[in-house]
Design a protein around this ligand. Structure first.
Ligand code: AMP
Ligand code: MG
Length: 346
């Protein structure tokens, strides 16, 4: 078991370079503050503009630590840890955790179970939770799959009950949800321009301080560098892919951390990466993971029947698919003209 992917750090660097402000005049909005921190198992970097920027980023950092304290799968005091060690008994949870879990159950239903928050024991069996990688045999996976399934979660009036053998994790959605909470916090405290990078999950607030859109580089996980540049205002932009965390066996076959809930094995849908752009970080985060499981055709059908987000899909065959809502805002890098680009229409 050899390699482990660490592309998100690269992505962060790229995004920061592209998002620097230009032509800033010494107005209140051009007062800049920046904070770097490690939370939710990843490096985060927050940049905000305005008279209250510094004060608000300090509060945002505290908020992230609080949310991590609630949703960490390893911290013994977290709501998620208590739920996972409840031995089948009901557990009382606060409103934020209830809202998050309720959101994941809704999304699991909407995606026909391609999103499933109950895969933690299977992630552990593969070693993704410890980095001690191994390939579980089919019998082991079958047994573990018997204790998965979002429909076995009961959530009622601030109380959650899951079967004794089940464990949940919010790894596919927690950072996006946290991005929403921070964006609301900053916006309601007079911050009109900010870029929150939660480990490659980007939440933008407003425009750059000079009024122009944010310029985000979309990482090419295969060749390195950026596929292209996306212009956005007041949106979340979140990417998932098998390149983020993986190992290889002795034959060079790759196994990654995004699982197909129907098999318990790494999802092999022909996609290399999925970027989702939308108004809500929680939706973008959850869907980037889920559309990666679904693959091009199912993801396109899902987009057509929902249409409240946009996406960029990169396939194993060097094809780039982009939904029409953001096609005009994306410019393919000249270095990537070996990719064919197609627009997905309604
Ligand atoms: P992300 O980086 O947002 O794509 O999330 C990846 C994480 O989501 C993994 O590390 C797992 O914790 C979790 N996960 C993997 N597969 C699924 C799935 N099919 N549905 C929900 N969560 C998943
Ligand atoms: Mg996700």
């Amino acid at each position: 078991m050899k390699t482990k992917g660490h592309f998100s750090f690269l992505l962060i660097l790229t995004l920061l370079l592209l998002s620097g402000c230009s032509n800033s005049s010494p107005t209140n909005d051009a007062i800049q503050a920046q904070t770097n921190l490690f939370a939710m198992d990843t490096y985060m970097s927050f940049t905000a503009y305005g008279a209250r920027a510094e004060e608000m980023l300090a509060i945002a950092s505290e908020r992230i630590a609080e949310l991590e304290g609630l949703w960490s799968v390893t911290n013994e005091n977290s709501d998620i840890y208590k739920i996972n060690h409840s031995a089948g008994a009901p557990i009382e949870i606060g409103p934020e955790t209830e809202a998050l879990i309720s959101y994941t159950i809704d999304l699991a239903e909407k995606t026909g179970g391609a999103f499933d928050p109950t895969l933690y024991p299977i992630l552990t069996a593969w070693g993704f939770t410890t980095s001690h990688y191994q390939i579980p045999d089919d019998g082991t996976l079958e047994l573990l799959l018997e204790n998965t399934g979002y429909d076995k979660i009961t959530l009622l009036d601030g109380e959650i009950t899951i079967p004794a053998q089940m464990q949940i994790d919010m790894g596919a959605v927690g950072k996006g949800y946290a991005g929403d909470i921070l964006a609301d916090l900053l916006k309601s405290n007079q911050i009109k321009s900010a870029l929150l990078d939660l480990g490659g999950n980007i939440q933008t607030i407003g425009t750059r301080p000079d009024g122009t859109p944010w310029r985000l580089g979309i990482l090419d996980p295969v060749e390195g560098g950026n596929l292209g540049v996306l212009l956005v205002e007041d949106k979340a932009v979140i990417t998932s892919g098998g390149y983020e965390r993986f190992f290889e066996d002795d034959d060079g076959v790759r196994y990654w951390h995004i699982l197909d809930p129907s098999t318990g094995k790494p999802a092999r849908s022909g996609l290399v990466s999925v970027t989702v752009v939308g108004n809500e970080g929680r939706q973008c985060d959850a869907l980037s993971t889920t559309l990666f499981v679904m693959g091009l055709d199912e993801a396109s059908a899902f987009w057509r029947s929902n249409r409240n987000f946009d996406m960029i899909l990169l396939t194993e065959n060097d094809e780039l698919f982009i939904t029409e809502g953001i096609a005009d805002s994306f410019t393919l890098n000249a270095s990537h003209d070996h990719l064919t680009m197609q627009v997905i229409q309604r």
